[in-house]
Design a protein around this ligand. Structure first.
Ligand code: HEC
Length: 458
């Protein structure tokens, strides 16, 4: 019997429900500390610990939160790899295959140290909302009283189509230039038929397309449109350019990828087309490849197919500024081992650049990753990205706050990673049993040394 999603390595379902309140209590204490740090003086009344515990019900409190923050995926039928719906109260009283009521699993996963729900990059629960769901579950997850209309199903949270229509003409940088579309999508081996997804808990597969030899000398990709076909099981997509052009057409396994691939795009549920800033593009050269990685989840029956991927829009307009990835992070010689080990990589940027988004990247044992900037001649570090807890399954592309996008000579960038290695000694490397620590930072103009922010810990 295969492991169920959410019950695999690192995500321990609450077998022993009575252990949860203590665990949760300590989580809440920590959060109180960081909360009062962040907005000192505003949270005077929270959890005084003396008043009566409030009573929460599905109809009164919980349903609105769950419909707002979970139903993009946990709808009926579930979407984007989610294993089950949370549409009705009865759904929350089903039992998991480890015989735990679903509402306890919900209360656990919204506070879990790894693979927390909702996934990073999605609208998150507030601390108050998490407390409501936790306390509701501890009280047996009561239904309460439906409203007079019987709670006719509203549309809240119904899955949006990630990659709807072709982007409108307004994003074309110059109507006078010519361009192409290059589709890189899932298919079966040796033909273009939709890919037959095997029955599997979770899998990462790649396909490549070689950019034509006959293209113009200068061609730039300026928009990445997700083509989303199998909404039930597609969990996310990543898009790379592979300058070496040596990847097979696919499908091939690629839970981890070659360090020579450059990440250039990503899709997660709810996201649409990514368009480069005006006048900016990713340079394509003859013979190189575009590679798409698809992550499928919760495929429990045969007969599922997929043809998802990206439509890449290119232009041969001259004078575009080249965008690309700055590698901010750290590698190490001595294996790391510990429940809370970390590494930090810091560098000083010497040329003016604009940074517009970041793809944080670690492997399965990562617990948190941050990206910070320190302006020249100041002492303060400003947080640009903080994925806490980290989830290998959900690697979002984080848009950088426009107020912080300009980086000037003398500014420092710092990437900080934390891991729990579960008692193992872990090397740096690209294989999935190794670990990595990078923020791939989208920026322009492309730095002559994209790796200048990659440091080595001895
Ligand atoms: C963007 C999609 C998405 C959103 C939004 C989302 N989830 Fe999930 N959820 C998933 C996927 C995919 C899985 C399966 C993989 C895993 O377990 O990490 C999952 C698994 C779970 C599981 C494990 C269920 C089981 O049977 O193993 C729980 C519990 C859960 N989610 C709770 C929540 C709650 C509560 C919310 C809202 C507060 C939420 N999720 C929002 C995608 C989502």
């Amino acid at each position: 019997m295969p492991l169920q999603p959410g019950e695999d390595a690192g995500v321990v379902a609450p077998d022993d429900a009575t252990a949860q309140p203590e665990d949760d209590a300590s989580t809440v204490v920590n959060e109180d500390a960081s909360l009062s740090h962040a907005d000192a003086g505003t949270s005077t009344t929270s959890d005084g610990g003396t008043g009566p515990v409030p009573t929460y019900t599905w109809w009164g409190d919980v349903r609105a939160i769950v419909h707002d923050k979970c139903l993009l995926c946990h709808t009926r039928p579930p979407q984007f790899g989610a294993p089950r719906p949370f549409v009705d109260w009865a759904d929350t009283h089903q039992r998991t295959n480890r015989n735990v009521p679903v509402h306890e699993m919900m209360a656990y996963r919204i506070n879990a140290p790894q693979n927390a729900m909702p996934p990073p990059g999605q609208p998150q629960l507030s601390r108050e909302e998490r407390d409501i769901i936790r306390i509701w579950s501890e009280q047996g997850a009561p239904e309460g009283t439906p409203p007079a209309d019987g709670g006719v199903e509203d549309d809240a949270g119904v899955a949006e189509d990630g990659g709807e229509t072709f982007p409108d003409a307004s994003i074309v940088p110059d109507a006078g230039a010519s361009g192409r579309t290059i589709d890189v999508v899932a298919h079966n081996a040796n033909n273009t038929d939709p890919y037959d997804i095997p029955v599997t808990t979770t899998q990462y597969l790649c396909w490549s397309v070689t950019v034509s030899q006959s293209m113009s000398a200068e061609e730039y990709a300026y928009a990445f449109e997700p083509l989303i076909v199998n909404t039930a099981h597609l969990h996310h997509l990543l898009l790379f350019k592979n300058t070496a052009g040596d990847a097979s057409e696919g499908p091939f396994d690629c839970e981890s990828w070659d360090l020579q691939w450059d990440l250039i795009g990503g899709w997660a549920p709810g996201r649409g087309t990514e368009v480069m800033p005006m006048g900016v593009g990713v340079k394509l050269e003859p013979g190189m490849q575009l590679v798409v990685q698809a992550h499928y989840d919760s495929v429990t029956a045969m007969g599922q197919t997929d043809q998802s991927g990206f439509r890449v829009l290119t232009t041969d307009i001259s004078g575009l500024t080249e965008a690309g990835m700055l590698w901010s992070g750290v590698s190490w010689f001595n294996a790391i081992n510990g429940a809370n080990v970390d590494h930090v990589g810091t560098c000083t940027i010497n040329t003016p650049i604009t940074i517009f988004s970041a793809f944080p990247h670690m492997h399965r044992l990562g617990t948190r990753i941050t990206l910070e900037v320190q302006r020249a001649n100041t002492a303060t570090w400003t947080t640009l990205v903080d994925i806490d807890p980290w989830s290998f399954n959900d690697q979002p592309n984080i848009v950088i706050d426009p107020a912080e996008q300009q980086i000037n000579p003398g500014d420092k960038l710092r990437t900080h990673c934390w891991w729990n290695t579960n008692g193992q000694s872990i090397s740096f490397g690209e294989a999935s049993h190794d670990e990595m620590c990078f923020n791939f930072i989208y920026h322009y103009p492309l730095m002559s040394n994209q790796y200048s922010c990659w440091s080595i810990a001895l």
